[in-house]
Design a protein around this ligand. Structure first.
Ligand code: ZN
Ligand code: ZN
Length: 78
C-alpha cells in the first residue's frame, strides 16, 4: 500500500513547495508510465507473434496425401 501525497501537502521531491504547485503535472509516477509502455509493447509483440504463427501454420487440407481423398465432412483423408 503506497501513500499518495495530498495536493496541498509538501511535494515528495523535497522542494518545499506544495505538491500541486510542483511535481503534480510532471508525471507523478514514471514507473507507472513505463509499465504501461511495457504492457502496450508486450501486447503488440504478442499480436505480431500470433499473426506470424497463424500465417506460418499451414491448413491440413493444403498437404494432399497421395491416393487418398480429403473429406471436409470428416476432417480427414479417406
Ligand atoms: Zn516536486
Ligand atoms: Zn471419415
Amino acid at each position: 500500500m503506497s501513500r499518495t501525497p495530498g495536493r496541498n501537502d509538501k511535494c515528495p521531491c523535497g522542494s518545499g513547495k506544495k505538491y500541486k504547485q510542483c511535481c503534480e503535472g510532471k508525471g507523478p509516477n514514471p514507473w507507472g508510465t513505463r509499465v504501461m509502455v511495457g504492457l502496450v509493447l508486450a501486447t503488440m509483440l504478442g499480436a505480431l507473434y500470433a499473426g506470424v504463427v497463424s500465417f506460418s501454420e499451414e491448413p491440413s487440407s493444403a498437404t494432399p496425401v497421395p491416393g487418398k481423398v480429403w473429406s471436409p465432412e470428416h476432417g480427414h483423408y479417406h
